[in-house]
Design a protein around this ligand. Structure first.
Ligand code: HAM
Length: 466
């Protein structure tokens, strides 16, 4: 039979490769959801570690609350006039007929836990932090997801401005230490009493000179339901009126004004740069007095991309069935933080850098290498391997790729001699060492235990310039 020409074979192969070969349709992630792949996860670890270190140094303890809670919890706390409750909650009736919701923000669950577990009996302030997923059915766009992750910190039981200042300082330190340039936007929305006075001034302002008729449809509704949110609108026709709008700080009562001044004084003393932003009101119903957001320098125009936000909420604990307890806190959006870390090109130390690689040649050597790997790993050394490969060349290439400091090589000859080779990956120099002395030998060479397991961390400025 005549053989098909080479060209035809190639064509058939190409056809095969593109033909639908899968038996089942594959899945894609839902709209607005994000996978975090291993390469990106390194940046997440950096941000999480920074948050955990900061939290602990300021005395915050970790808490986890359920992702599913009663929908009523959010309706009562986040508020019935917030976008989160009115438009964005993943709320549904569960199999027992209860209206539940995926957690759209962390504060209400933490407040519930504070009340439910009687944490007011603990020495105050009680400082709690949570790192977890939140769900909001928003319109997806760059930096805005339907599942996002927040680092959330809450402080209960401290009424003084020192608490506001300390939470703001923490957020500032978080970004500064990650080498992200931020500016704190800050405002005070007063207490229930002085806000009432301000809101009536605001409503009067819009009623004057036919301004109300120029508002967008949403703002016309806000004027009745929650006039403060008019300050937050992004619609061009509403924004154009904001320049003349009365400012809330001019309506603050003496107590609220003094509180705010003291917060600002603390920030001045601590050298935390801030911008007094009279339009900042935040979109959640529970805040009073200090509210703040963290904007990336250069992104000031893009309010949608705030890296974090928070404020004081002195009435919420009582409103959720607890004893009257002052509180304040903030949430940082991790997806946005990670995007900034990547943008700033902070070099990360590879998690495998300076590791010890164990290479083997032959079945017997592989078995022995397995045991050596476990022994060194248990001793806390940063060891890596590629036991699935037979070729020594492929294994040493992997060692190079990982940035290994040494490779330990075991072959048939070394098994017979009771030795092992140590190869310095930089110079390529190899030495034969007594197998029994290998652990001590490595520890000697890795003076200061520099190859102990460590996480990927950003290099300090000094290290970068060195
Ligand atoms: P928030 O302003 O709604 O506040 O969210 C805090 C941060 O989470 C935002 O500044 C942003 O970085 C991030 N974020 C919010 N929604 C999304 C989204 N759809 N996609 C990506 N990132 C997002 C709160 O949640 C309050 N619970 C904060 C707080 C704690 N206030 C007092 N204590």
């Amino acid at each position: 039979m005549p053989r098909p020409a080479k060209k035809t074979i190639k064509k058939e192969k190409e056809k095969d490769a593109t033909a639908p070969s899968r038996k089942y349709k594959s899945f894609s992630r839902l709209r607005g959801m994000k996978d975090i792949l291993p390469e990106e996860y390194r940046y997440w670890e950096v941000a999480k570690k920074k948050a955990e270190d900061l939290a602990r140094s300021y005395g915050f303890k970790r808490i986890e609350t359920p992702i599913l809670e009663s929908a009523d919890l959010y309706e009562r706390s986040t508020g019935n006039s917030s976008d989160i409750v009115t438009k964005e909650m993943y709320a549904f009736i569960d199999k027992s007929g209860e209206k539940v919701s995926l957690r759209p923000e962390a504060t209400p669950g933490i407040v519930r836990a504070y009340v439910e577990h009687g944490m007011f009996n603990l020495p105050q302030p009680v400082k709690l932090f949570l790192i977890g997923s939140l769900f909001r059915h928003e319109k997806p766009q760059s930096g805005r997801y339907r599942q996002h992750t927040q680092i959330d910190m809450e402080m209960f039981g401290e009424p003084g401005p020192v608490a506001d200042a300390q939470t703001i300082l923490m957020t500032y330190n978080f970004f500064r230490e990650l080498q992200i340039n931020v500016q704190i936007q800050i405002n005070s929305i007063g207490c229930k009493e002085c806000r009432k006075i301000y809101v009536s001034k605001l409503v009067d302002f819009y009623k004057e000179r036919g301004r109300r008729s120029k508002l967008c449809v949403d703002c016309k509704k806000r004027l009745v339901k929650n006039p403060l949110r008019l300050l937050d609108c992004k619609e061009e026709k509403c924004v154009s009126m904001l320049g003349e709008v009365p400012q809330i700080v001019d309506s603050l009562c003496d107590d609220c004004r003094n509180h705010f001044i003291k917060v600002l004084e603390y920030l001045d003393e601590l050298d935390v740069p801030y911008n007094l932003n009279p339009l900042l009101v935040r979109g959640l119903d529970y805040y009073n007095r200090t509210v703040f957001e963290i904007w990336s320098v250069g992104d000031e125009q893009s309010r949608q991309s705030s890296l974090g936000g928070g404020g004081r909420y002195d009435d919420l604990v009582e409103h959720m069935g607890g004893r009257p307890t002052p509180a304040c806190g903030f949430g940082l959006g991790l997806e946005r933080v990670v995007a900034k870390i990547k943008e700033t090109n902070i070099p990360l130390r590879s998690e495998s850098e300076d590791c010890i690689f164990i290479a083997q040649l032959g079945e017997q050597a592989r078995r022995k290498a397995f045991l050596l790997f476990e022994e060194l790993r248990r001793a806390g050394l940063k060891v890596r391997q590629l036991f699935t490969k037979d070729s020594l060349k492929a294994q040493l290439e992997e060692a190079n790729r990982l940035g290994a400091k040494f490779s330990l090589i075991l072959g048939q000859k070394e098994i017979l001699d009771g030795t092992i080779l140590i190869r310095d990956m930089e110079s390529g120099i190899q030495e034969v060492v007594d197998y029994k002395k290998i652990k001590a030998e490595i520890e000697k060479r890795l003076s200061n235990g520099e190859s102990k397991e460590k996480m990927a961390v950003p290099l300090d400025k000094e290290e970068k310039s060195a």
